[in-house]
Design a protein around this ligand. Structure first.
Ligand code: HEC
Length: 105
């Protein structure tokens, strides 16, 4: 392979990585839907008892709260445990998914 060709392959590969990382930063709603099966056992479309609905929540606020639970700056044993298992990508994906749902009335 000549140098020019090698450069072109490298550029294409870098471009691909760039696209991939921006998808992750924005959150992949399909991956979020997959991860959400655990959450929706508690978080239903409507508020149930002491459990708030997170359907239709703005992604920014969602991400902020999840990271505060993860770092234990927000009190709630359950949510601290749940958030503690999630990566930044997981949280971004969940935020992207829940923000697409209809908020409760
Ligand atoms: C075992 C039940 C349970 C599960 C499972 C659960 N949560 Fe929660 N979640 C709660 C409760 C209870 C609160 C309210 C905590 C409080 O009052 O501080 C809460 C609060 C939240 C909040 C803050 C909402 C607000 O408006 O204050 C977010 C965001 C959230 N959960 C996201 C998630 C996500 C995402 C998942 C799945 C990865 C999940 N939760 C799984 C019970 C649960």
């Amino acid at each position: 392979m000549c140098v020019v060709e090698t450069m072109r392959v490298a550029t294409v590969a870098l471009g691909y990585l760039g696209v991939m990382s921006s998808v992750l930063a924005d959150g992949d709603p399909e991956y979020g839907q997959y991860l959400s099966s655990e959450c929706v056992t508690c978080h239903q479309a409507a508020v149930t008892g002491t459990i708030p609905s997170i359907h239709g929540m703005q992604a920014d606020g969602f991400i902020t709260m999840m990271k505060l639970y993860r770092s234990k700056q927000l009190e709630n044993r359950t949510m601290q445990t749940v958030a503690g298992r999630l990566s930044d990508e997981d949280i971004a994906a969940l935020a992207a998914y829940f923000s697409t749902l209809d908020p409760p009335d």
